[in-house]
Design a protein around this ligand. Structure first.
Ligand SMILES: [Zn+2]
Length: 89
């Protein structure tokens, strides 16, 4: 019984650490620690191209053209870093 309580105490301690970690992540901002994607995108409506840096989970339809707003942005497929060509494939 004591052993079980001991284990439970450790669990609580880990949970405490976890919640502290989550709190510090919240302070930093979750967007900052997520992996980001850098790619060239183009607005199919106005033809504007730019380099977009956004969290990987962001959908292309969520990207916003400065001129036209959301829903017109697609990736051009332009390779930005020659180093990455072999790594990704
Ligand atoms: Zn546009």
């Amino acid at each position: 019984m004591q052993v079980v309580e001991g284990k439970r105490w450790k669990m609580d301690d880990k949970e405490k650490q976890f919640s502290q970690m989550m709190a510090s992540i919240a302070e930093i901002g979750i967007e900052q620690i997520l992996p980001h994607e850098v790619c060239e995108v183009i607005c199919v409506k106005c033809g504007k191209r730019w380099i977009s840096v956004h969290p990987e989970r962001t959908l292309l339809k969520e990207l916003e053209c400065p001129n036209c707003g959301q829903g017109y942005v697609i990736k051009t497929g332009q390779l930005l870093f020659e180093d990455e060509v072999e790594d990704d494939c």
